[in-house]
Design a protein around this ligand. Structure first.
Ligand code: GDP
Ligand code: CA
Length: 324
């Protein structure tokens, strides 16, 4: 008999999107019927050239829609940059943040839908419809939340400026989720959590992707209230972020960049997490995690190709099944 599972995943951009593609491939190969709701981080959103840009929503949309730039992991495949070339001589915008023409069309469409009165979740549904996504893609909130970084210098910058321009090298004092106290989970978020058989945390950045989602008032409460097991995949392997600079984010919170410390932090900061996948390189932390009350499994966690990623997602589902 075909098994049916309702899954909620809390996703950032590249790490989350790759994992989700693996999850769908695993479902197809194992004949499992999945109903997946993706709750995406919108803390990286920003206004650029008057346009509303939502990097994590778009990375998930392009990846699952088959339009992602594969090598980069974000942005559109077969992109062109006519608009950026024409903007440069005007000296307008951020030279460290280029938007391609195809990508700009997404931001134009989103901004015009928002200007016409649509909420972000309504606009997201409209954009996603074009790509015929095999998941329901929801922003974490319809209210704007922006991650700002308070630098050691005293200056405060948008997260993307810190991340992309300084490559997370400017010493950061703390993150501020501007607007978070006024935010509510987007329509469909609490319903999806309430109806989920399991909740998965892809190996997204635990601080500025998953942590920001969990910071939306009411969202972590709903996860705690749900009987669905919550299983995560470590974004840290052997003491370092696999791709990207998550260590700098963890350091700002005083959390060591280890697979075990990230799991413990999910529990102490947000009161969530039942199961945790760590890489074989971190197998020594399994007893410590089990002693802390987690179900923990060590296995390869490098999302090197679709097969490897599908196997990781399948292992996360298996661990969650054991916990149901
Ligand atoms: P972003 O919003 O584009 O930065 O993407 P996410 O927050 O979704 O994911 C970024 C995280 O994915 C990084 O912090 C990495 O540690 C993690 N990551 C990327 N590739 C891999 C991989 O192959 N395996 C694992 N376990 N983690 C990965
Ligand atoms: Ca992001």
């Amino acid at each position: 008999m075909t098994e049916s599972l309702s899954i909620v995943a809390l996703s950032g951009g590249v790490g989350g999107a790759r994992f989700l593609r693996g999850l769908l491939a695993w479902a197809a190969a194992s004949g499992t019927d999945l109903d997946v709701t993706v709750i995406a981080n919108t803390g990286d959103d920003m206004r650029l050239h008057g346009l509303q840009v939502c990097p994590d929503l778009d990375t998930v949309m392009y990846t699952l829609g088959g339009a992602i730039h594969e090598d980069q992991g974000w942005g559109r495949a077969d992109e062109r940059f006519t608009v950026a070339e024409e903007l440069r001589p005007y000296g307008v915008g951020w030279e460290w943040f280029t938007l391609g023409d195809r990508d700009l069309a997404t931001h134009l469409a989103r901004t015009s839908l928002l200007a016409g009165g649509a909420t972000l979740s309504e606009a997201t549904a409209r954009l996603a419809a074009r790509w015929d996504l095999p998941v329901t893609l929801l922003p974490m909130s319809d209210q704007p939340v922006e991650t700002h970084v308070e630098l050691a210098s005293g200056e405060t910058v948008h997260f993307e400026e810190w991340w992309v321009r300084t490559r997370a090298s400017a010493p950061a004092r703390r993150f501020v989720q501007a607007g978070a106290d006024q935010a509510r989970p987007a329509p469909g978020v609490l319903e999806a959590i309430a109806g989920a058989d399991m909740v998965l945390l892809p190996p997204s950045n635990p601080v500025v992707s998953v942590g920001t989602i969990l910071g939306v008032p009411g969202l972590a409460d709903a996860l705690r209230a749900s009987p669905a097991p919550l299983v995560g995949v470590s974004p840290i392997i052997g003491g370092a972020a696999v791709r990207g600079m998550a260590e700098a984010c963890l350091a700002t919170l005083g959390v060591p960049a280890t697979a075990a410390a990230v799991a413990l932090d999910y529990r102490s900061r947000h009161g969530v997490l039942d199961g945790w996948l760590v890489d074989d390189a971190d197998a020594a932390s399994v007893p410590e995690l089990e002693a802390a009350g987690f179900a923990a499994v060590a296995r390869p966690l490098w999302m090197t190709d679709l097969d490897a990623t599908a196997a990781i997602a399948g292992a996360a589902v298996d661990l969650a099944r054991r916990l149901r």
